[in-house]
Write a protein that binds this ligand. Structure first.
Ligand code: UDP
Length: 242
């Protein structure tokens, strides 16, 4: 990045730089991977590029389907230009199939298909370990209005419908995913962050006997190996389909 672009923010997986236009930002995807609130860390060469390319394709798909997102265009393979947003400090998780924390915190067996999508909302706060939060608590701490929360939930359900059928076309089961939203300069709510195997669970549907083959960050979380191979496979299937 050249010097005139100032680093505004550095997160676990991305760096955000200023843009000549004050209402835009430049987002660089890093090769770093973290899990369990950054207790586990590693670097995977090429992960930033793959997540950037996959995210760009998914944002384009969502935009085509009238979902407002921060994505504007790719700048290069690991960098995108986006609308600048004030991120709402909530992580919206939608689950189609039970896995991960849902199965650790309830009696639901991993792999159970949910009768309807489940939305779990977490407070985005590393110091507090991103706790699960209720609607009443969101109202209590004044993060956003009840109308805006409804809008975000409605968008999340629509995004699920679009992504679930898209991934099914390329033989991937969309188990769950995490979204973040924010306000642009005109106070519109836009989908932000990224949509990649770092924040979506994607299982290969080309398997016999219901064997679970994760093509997502669980390869790192659960020490399964082959993370770059899995992310490359997803990128390849998307490109072959589009
Ligand atoms: N997720 C995420 N960031 C987080 C926590 C979860 O992107 O800080 C994603 C995760 O990749 C999965 C979904 O949200 O697709 C649900 O994760 P879960 O709550 O099951 O937590 P985990 O088992 O990953 O700890």
């Amino acid at each position: 990045m050249n010097n005139k672009h100032e680093l505004i923010y550095e997160g676990k997986a991305k760096k955000v730089f200023s843009h000549d236009d004050i209402n835009k930002v430049i987002i660089e995807f890093k090769d770093d991977a973290t899990a369990f609130n950054a207790l586990k860390k590693a670097k995977f060469e090429g992960k930033g590029k793959l997540n950037c390319l996959i995210s760009a394709r998914i944002f384009e798909l969502l935009i085509k389907n009238n979902i407002p997102t921060h994505f504007i265009e790719l700048k290069n393979e690991n960098t995108m230009i986006a609308h600048k947003i004030n991120v709402i400090p909530l992580e919206i998780v939608l689950r189609n199939t039970a896995y991960g924390s849902l199965c650790q915190q309830t009696t639901i067996k991993p792999g159970t298909t949910l009768a309807k999508p489940l939305i779990d909302i977490y407070l985005k706060n590393d110091q507090l370990n991103d706790p699960l939060i209720t609607r009443d608590r969101i109202e209590l701490i004044n993060i956003l209005s009840s109308e805006d929360l409804d809008l975000i939930i409605d968008l999340t359900l629509k995004i699920n419908g679009i992504m679930k059928s898209f991934f099914k076309n390329i033989q991937l089961q969309l188990v769950d995913f995490k979204l973040e939203f924010g306000y642009d300069c005109k106070k519109n709510i836009l989908l932000g962050d990224e949509i990649s195997p770092d924040n979506c669970r994607l299982w290969d549907m080309n398997q016999k006997n219901d064997t679970i083959v994760s093509l997502d960050k669980d390869r790192f979380r659960n020490d399964l190996g082959g993370l770059i191979e899995a992310y490359s496979e997803i990128n390849q299937r998307i490109n072959d389909f589009i």
